[in-house]
Design a protein around this ligand. Structure first.
Ligand code: DGP
Length: 113
């Protein structure tokens, strides 16, 4: 757990959130500022600030993140949805603990803004 990391604290239950999924490795919760009817953030409990900080030893962890997204999409009755992971402030990353956005329940355009 990294000091002063918002998502480490949320995953540890030190800051309240609306839990959607939890296990020993991952935590998922509803985005405080949803951009779609369903907007869930999925985080590994391990602190990785940016996806570019991941190393080959994180391959299973990162693959598992996708499978958890599938599980949550099914739980939320979503067949069509978007998964997004922002890396760096110019790409829209505002919290520096990697998180997968799972968004659904509306139509999306491409490319995103
Ligand atoms: P990104 O911009 O990709 O770093 O996404 C960060 C998301 O985190 C953004 O959609 C808003 C959400 N968020 C920020 N602070 C909180 C919080 O305290 N609680 C919850 N549930 N979501 C938060």
């Amino acid at each position: 757990m990294a000091e002063n990391c918002l998502f480490c604290k949320i995953a540890a239950g030190e800051i309240p959130s609306t839990q959607v999924y939890s296990d020993d490795t991952y935590y998922a919760f509803r985005d405080i500022n949803p951009g779609a009817p369903t907007h869930v953030l999925i985080v590994p409990r391990k602190h990785i600030a940016r996806i570019t900080d991941a190393d080959p030893g994180d391959a299973e962890l990162l693959g598992g993140l996708m499978l958890i997204a599938n599980k949550i999409a099914a739980q939320e009755h979503l067949t069509d949805f978007r998964l997004a992971l922002n890396c760096g402030p110019h790409a829209g990353q505002s919290v520096f603990h990697i998180h997968l956005h799972l968004m659904g329940g509306r139509d999306f355009s491409w490319p995103p803004g």
